[in-house]
Design a protein. Structure first.
Length: 236
């Protein structure tokens, strides 16, 4: 399956996050370079993930490194540890796994086979196990983070646990990642909005970033449904 150029919706997300950061900087009278770069790199990353492009991992490295620093400064230790010790190495693992599943860096390298990753999906039984396992881990993680003084332990646990699982599913090219990303993005918007109210540094641009992540995850779910169906058809 050949990779398409960026669609109008993709450009809306990319231009939208850049414009939103500029508008915020003008209105607030501050220039949040770290937060803006993290947000823009993150949106570029997730747009390319939704397209099934392996190039997402290059922008992912920039995003997760900066986001780890921002989360640590906001005392969101679950998110900070998640990005520094899990997301960073998973960028390299994901690159390797996507190469194994058919993703190429260019049409010439693909040699006519297409450059998008070959997506796959769980059975309904596997989805039930996934849901129960995630719920149990979120509850356990919330109690642990509360003991460490996390100001939003169960929200932080939700984004941490679901992101860990979703990132693994992303590296292995499973369509179900997008359900977890949608939930993670909704909770993250709420969590960082609370940080805005508390006056945390970089929080406002993080809200902007997560809103665009949410919009992209909805589109990613739609695109990967088609990718996984196409891969199933090709396998028959």
């Amino acid at each position: 399956m050949k990779q398409r150029i960026l669609a109008p919706y993709d450009w809306f997300l990319i231009v939208g996050v850049i414009a939103s950061n500029i508008i915020y900087s003008v209105l607030s009278g501050t220039l949040d370079v770290v937060g803006s770069i993290a947000g823009i790199a993150g949106v570029l990353c997730v747009v390319l993930v939704a397209k099934g492009s392996i190039w997402n991992y290059l922008f992912g490295i920039v995003n997760v490194s900066m986001y780890a620093y921002i989360s640590y400064k906001a005392a969101l230790y679950g998110d900070a540890a998640l990005n520094a010790f899990y997301y960073v190495p998973m960028q390299f693992i994901g690159w390797w796994q996507w190469r194994k599943r058919g993703a190429a860096m260019s049409e010439s390298e693909a040699d006519g086979a297409g450059v998008q990753v070959k997506a796959r999906r769980f059975s309904w039984q596997q989805r039930a196990v996934l849901a129960v396992g995630c719920a149990a881990a979120v509850i356990a993680g919330g109690f642990i983070l509360r003991n460490f003084g996390d100001p939003q332990p169960f929200k932080d646990s939700t984004t941490t646990v679901l992101s860990i699982v979703a990132q693994a599913l992303m590296a292995l090219a499973f369509m179900e990642q997008w359900v977890l990303w949608i939930i993670t993005n909704v909770v993250s918007v709420v969590m960082w909005s609370i940080c805005v109210a508390r006056g945390e540094a970089h929080a406002a641009v993080m809200v902007i970033m997560w809103v665009f992540y949410l919009l992209n995850s909805l589109n990613g779910f739609r695109v990967w449904l088609k990718l996984s169906r196409s891969s199933q058809s090709d396998a028959r």
